[in-house]
Design a protein around this ligand. Structure first.
Ligand code: PLP
Length: 393
């Protein structure tokens, strides 16, 4: 039977055949070390709730108080009537946290890339230099422009330099990179990138979604980690990972934020971040500025888990952060591994093409400060049992 949607059913069938169909699980309680899925309590090893703030009573209280004061919705886009005092408070706090002149809050990290990249590539004569493994939202931000694209080899500053040399005559040159690459947990070679950028007079834009709350002093991110303050032009952040809420932001000098307020399309044409999100995120930044206890706990947990996984004989890639990929190869193996873990009470979703290259399917474990040592041991036992059953170790 043919219908106007045959291409849809064919695609879905194909995904199932290749073991790449996403079966979405529903969580019946709050985020934390343990979740309730299908009525079953399972250890959560795959959310981005790095610091355990998603269900923190202090954030919840801040959201409740802000709702009492401001209601829930912003009522409009930022540039019409949607900018509330609390948005500006959050922006000031984020700028202070990042050590930049200003910041601009958007509805998500994804939207922040759609707001942050196109205005820096305003004409077809502009050029963008982008790491081949950059996040989907960076790719989409670039796709919204007519700029010339140069894709450099992953994490390779000398290939970047070769591409810059080739494109040196473009009047605007923008380098865009993830700070922490989310699927492997490795870092961009930012000191080298900045040096090359300075040599060719290029703008440097870093997406630090997985670096914030994780790298640097009190989790200030990758720029702080490498002590490159003032040498990176734009830092993108998300409020949805370590900060435990939702939202995104751009941190930069005043001139650029001023420009983004006039030209970032998700800022101009999509309503502002909601009141409870804004208030909870503000509290999260304050907590991080007051104490680095959660950041230290996160790293202790990550170090312990990675050491144990390695001594069990798993290939955990070359991560430099708490992101821990368990490399399994074919997507079907990763799906089976994940299903077996789930039977043993461990929730860790498989990741496969197109999120990672073909043949590089994996389970990506996300360690959190919310995990106790007992939680990690529970997870390690399940990994060991399934790994032996499937003859991975
Ligand atoms: C998660 C992520 C985003 C998107 O952030 P959201 O706030 O979830 O929209 C953008 N860039 C990178 C590198 C990410 O990992």
């Amino acid at each position: 039977m043919t219908s106007k949607f045959s291409f849809v059913s064919q695609t879905l069938e194909q995904l199932k055949k290749e073991g790449r169909y996403n079966y979405i699980k529903e969580n019946e309680g709050p985020q934390g070390a343990w979740l309730i899925i299908n009525g079953k309590k399972v250890l959560n090893m795959c959310s981005n709730n790095y610091l355990g703030l998603a269900n923190d009573p202090r954030l919840k209280q801040a959201a409740i108080e802000a709702i009492e004061k401001y209601g829930v919705g912003p009522g409009a886009v930022r540039s019409i009537a949607g900018t509330m005092k609390i948005h500006r408070e959050l922006e000031k706090k984020l700028a202070e946290f990042k050590g930049t002149e200003r910041s601009l809050v958007l509805q998500s990290g994804f939207n922040a890339n759609l707001a942050g990249i196109p205005p820096l590539l305003p004409t077809p004569e502009a050029a963008v230099f982008t790491d081949e493994l950059n996040h989907a939202s960076i790719i989409d931000g670039i796709r919204l422009t007519k700029a010339k694209r140069y894709i450099y080899k992953h994490g390779d500053a000398s290939d970047l330099e070769a591409k810059l040399k080739e494109g040196k005559d473009h009047p605007i040159k923008l380098i865009v990179t993830d700070g922490v690459f989310s699927m492997d947990g490795d870092l961009a070679p930012l000191p080298e990138i900045v040096e090359v950028a300075e040599k060719y007079d290029a703008i440097v834009y870093v997406d630090d979604a997985h670096g914030e709350g994780v790298l640097g002093d009190h989790g200030r991110g990758i720029v702080d980690h490498f002590k490159l303050h003032g040498r990176v032009d734009v830092e993108l952040g998300t409020l949805s990972k370590a900060f435990g809420v939702v939202g995104g932001y751009l941190a930069a000098e005043s001139l650029l934020i001023d420009y983004y307020e006039q030209s970032g399309r998700p800022y101009l044409f999509s309503s502002a971040l909601t009141v409870p999100d804004t208030a909870a995120a503000l509290r999260a930044v304050e907590i991080l500025m007051e104490s680095d206890e959660l950041v230290r706990k996160l790293w202790d947990n990550a170090k312990y888990f990675k050491e144990q996984m390695q001594s069990l004989g798993f290939d955990i890639g070359h991560s430099q952060t708490p992101i821990t990929p368990i490399m399994l190869g074919e997507s079907k193996v990763a799906q089976e591994f994940s299903a077996k873990l789930f039977e043993k009470g461990v929730f860790a979703t498989p990741i496969f093409y197109p999120t990672v290259p073909k043949g590089k399917a994996r389970i990506r474990v996300m360690i959190s400060a919310a995990h106790s040592k007992e939680d990690l041991d529970f997870g390690l036992r399940a990994f060991e049992e399934v790994g032996k059953e499937l003859k991975i170790i």
